[in-house]
Structure formats: structure tokens, C-alpha cells
Design a protein around this ligand. Sequence first.
Ligand SMILES: *[C@@H]1O[C@H](CO)[C@@H](O)[C@H](O)[C@H]1NC(C)=O
Ligand SMILES: *[C@@H]1O[C@H](CO)[C@@H](O)[C@H](O)[C@H]1NC(C)=O
Ligand SMILES: *[C@@H]1O[C@H](CO)[C@@H](O)[C@H](O)[C@H]1NC(C)=O
Length: 496
Amino acid sequence: MPMPMLSLCKPQHVPPRLIAPILLSLILLSGFVYYQTLNRPTSLHLVPYTPPVHTVALGHPTFEDVREYERALPQHRPQSRPRYVFFPREAWGTGWNNVFQEQLLNTHLAYLANRGYVFVDYIARDHPPFPDTLPNGTRHMLHIPMNALTSGPTGGGSWGDGVDAAVHPRPISQRWWDVACPAEKVVEVHMAETMRELNITDESTGEERLVRWAEKLRGMEEECVSVIGGTPFDYMFIGSDKVVSIWSSYGSSPTLTQYAWSALITRALSRNFALFSPGPSPPPSLSPTLSRITTTPGAGSKSAPYPLTAFFPLRASEPPIPGLLALHLRRGDYADHCKNLAGWGSDYNTWNKMGNPEFRATGRYPSLPDHLTVRENETRYDAAYAHCWPSPDAIVERVRAVREGRNLRTVYMATNGEPEWVGAIAARLRADGWDQVASSLDMELAPDEFAVSQAVDMGVLVAAEVFIGNGFSSVSSNVVQLRLAGGRGPDTSRFW
Ligand SMILES: *[C@@H]1O[C@H](CO)[C@@H](O)[C@H](O)[C@H]1NC(C)=O
Ligand SMILES: *[C@@H]1O[C@H](CO)[C@@H](O)[C@H](O)[C@H]1NC(C)=O
Ligand SMILES: *[C@@H]1O[C@H](CO)[C@@H](O)[C@H](O)[C@H]1NC(C)=O
């Protein structure tokens, strides 16, 4: 049967002078269609995650539910105007809290640059939570997805209502970056060269560093930018006094104010809530969605945890757990490290420094009440050591002083201390009138929660009404910044 549509296109119906333009148009059109097919947005997608065989063989958690959550984020689809920035050299080879400090700052930098920050897995190189040696002696390191730790903006979560995601793209996973930014689309920005171009030296303030980098990355037309050969906020810079001036912009940024712990951490806090509060049941922010859970005996325990979909990521801005005083008692490796820190003349870590008189005097920063004080009759070394490695007497005395004038009833100790030492401190605090004293050692954690147990502890430290931390610790510093961003008064974050 003849097709009438085709006959319409027969050249004999077309005046000869139009044949060449029509043919040209057809060629251009087919080229365009071919180009569109090559770049057809729907051809880009993330395949479901398959755990590596060795992860399974070692019995490590595979985080498949977390991987699926990340895969399903709405920004992991072709965007009309994609703009991303990747920092592949972020805090290479240091502990999670050092990496995390830098990741949060880079999230904010990417936000100011109108680009989607690219988040990666955390690789447990330094303190592996489980044995990770294969039978042939090679290590197979645990890869922890970002959304096992945080589901705030750094993990691709929303910037909040006031922010236009068309202007400030939400952060994306490295998996999506690999799909959306194949090598031929990636433009590399070299660290040292760009520092020279931007006239950034060791003398520049943190604010200058942030603003100039943001301007540079914002001004680039390319969709996929990778910053190589170092990172703008390396650990030397983060450890210096210069970092503090960034707070004016960063402290009220959506990176921090929209911060939320992962659903995995929220689930762990929900199960263990009785350790933090003698109250009847968890608040709504820590309660599972009833339609997503079963009430069979044992459901919700660490051996039969509820599905992650039953929990909303806990926001730093939720009200504190009333009556809870949380302590960060860093032991273990700090026995030696405190001697190093005292010997080097180190100051408090990053945001913990905002309590220093010179920063308080500017009126630009939150007034943290404590800083590294040195009494008249002691050396700086002894003072620093005592702040870093408080004795049991000093701990009990400090806790008593901080309780003064406040209605605090329960204590939670986030600690890597020996059970005997922790038990002795707990007994002394109970004897000093506390209703309830619990610690990290009491936590009931499923294996995937155990893999992020340090962050679970930090969830408690941020949620507490009052916190006493270790001024030298990046764990405490990250807790302090999240407490401030969540609206806790500066006077509720103290140090030993
Ligand atoms: C050990 O086994 C793993 C997994 O099969 C392999 O990737 C690695 O190269 C092996 N290492 C050595 C030293 O043979
Ligand atoms: C670079 O910065 C220094 C101060 O940090 C300033 O004195 C100098 O004029 C700047 N140079 C340029 C080219 O902007
Ligand atoms: C320093 O003085 C304080 C009281 O001002 C006292 O409690 C403390 O024991 C003294 N320390 C030393 C090392 O003498």
C-alpha cells in the first residue's frame, strides 16, 4: 500500500531552486538528530550498585540501601545547565573528621561558585572499623558512602527553601560525576597556578581565599571543573588562624544550617535514645515512621534494625535533648598526641579557636566562652597538656562547674577510653549526683552503624543541651560548628 506521507516529499513536487536548500536542511537536521542521539539526556543514568565480591566475602556492610538512596537523588539526572566542581585531592589520607572539615568548606565554596559539589565515599584507611585483610594479605578497605554519614547538602541533600537549585546546583555523587563528566568534558584547574593567578599567599585571609576561589570557579563556562594538584583548604590552612575569618560567610551558609545526619545515624540514635534521656520515648525527629516498621518482637534491635526508609535525616537545627550534658573524652592515641600538641605549642583546632580573646574582641564570631588558658604558676606546656588530657579529678570538677545554674540531669560520654577508666569516671559522676551516666561503650549498633560509630557519637554531642569537648580535637571542632549552625547558644559549647 502506498504511503501518502512519502509522496508529499517527492522531489518532482518541489521547484528545482528549492532542492539544494532542502537537501542542506535535511543534512543539517540529520546531523542534529545524530548529535541529539549522542547527547540524548535519557541515555545518562546510574546503574544500581553491585557490592564488590571482597566486601561480601569479608562480611563488611555493603550499604546497599544507602547506595540506592544516593542513586535516586533528583540531581542524579541530566540537568539543563549542569555545573559541577570536583576536588579529588581533598584531605587525602587523614582521619574522617579532618576530611569532613574540608568537605564542608568545599561544599560552601562550590555553593558560592554556583556549582554542584562532588561528594565521594570515605575510605577507612586509618582506623578500619573491621578487619580488612584478604587471605592473600592485601587490604580491601571499607568504602563508606557519604549518605551513611551525612544527608545534608554535602551528601546531596536540599539547600532549603530559600535557595534556587537552578542557580546553586545540589551536590552530586562521584558516580554521577563519572557519568555526566566523561574525561573529554573535564577541565582541570591547577592548584598552585591558580593560587598565583588569584594572588593568594599564606598572608591572605581565609575570606580572601574563599571569595577569590568562588569568583574564579563561578566565572568559568565549563560544566565539569576538577581542581587538581592540591585543594584550596588543605589541612595546613584549616589548622591555621586564617581559617577563622571564613566563619562570617560559612557559619550562616546552607551547608551548615541545613546540615542533617544520615538516616543510618538517626536510626542508631533512635534505638539508643534511652541512654541519653530518661524520658519516655524519643522525640518525633528520632522516631521511626510507623507505617514503615513492624512491631514483631525484636524488630528495631541491632540484629533486626528497621529499614532506613523509616527515618528522616536528623537535622542539626532540631531542638536539643533536654537535660543532657555530652562529653567528648578523647583517650587512646591522645596519650602521646597530647604531648606532641603541647610540645608544638599548638592552639585549639579550627572553630574551637573562636573563643580566643583576639577573635572574641572583633565581635564577628560566636562568643565561645573557653580558650587555652595558662595559669600564672604553670607553663604553657603543662596548661595545654591538662586541657588535652584532663585527669579524672579535673573531669569531675569541670562537669560540676558547667552544671552550675543549669537543669542538667544525664551525662553521655563519647569516648575511646578503656572500659575500666570509663567505668571509674561514670561511677564518680553518679556519686556526684547525676541521674544517669552512659557512654559509647553502651551503644547498641548494627554493623553498618558501627562502621560510622564516631559520627553516631557526634550526633549525640550535637544534640545535647550542653557539650564539653576537647579543644584540640577536630571531632570537637566539627561538633561545635554544627551546634552553632543548629542554633545552640555559644555558651553551651565548652572545653576541658
Ligand atoms: C590479593 O587478592 C586481591 C583480590 O583477588 C587482588 O586484587 C590482589 O592483587 C591480590 N594481591 C596480591 C599481592 O596477590
Ligand atoms: C597581591 O596581594 C598583596 C597583599 O597580599 C598586595 O600587596 C598586592 O598588591 C597584590 N597584587 C596584585 C597584583 O593584586
Ligand atoms: C597553681 O595555682 C592554683 C591556684 O591558683 C592551684 O590550685 C594549683 O595547684 C597551682 N598549680 C601548681 C602547679 O602549682
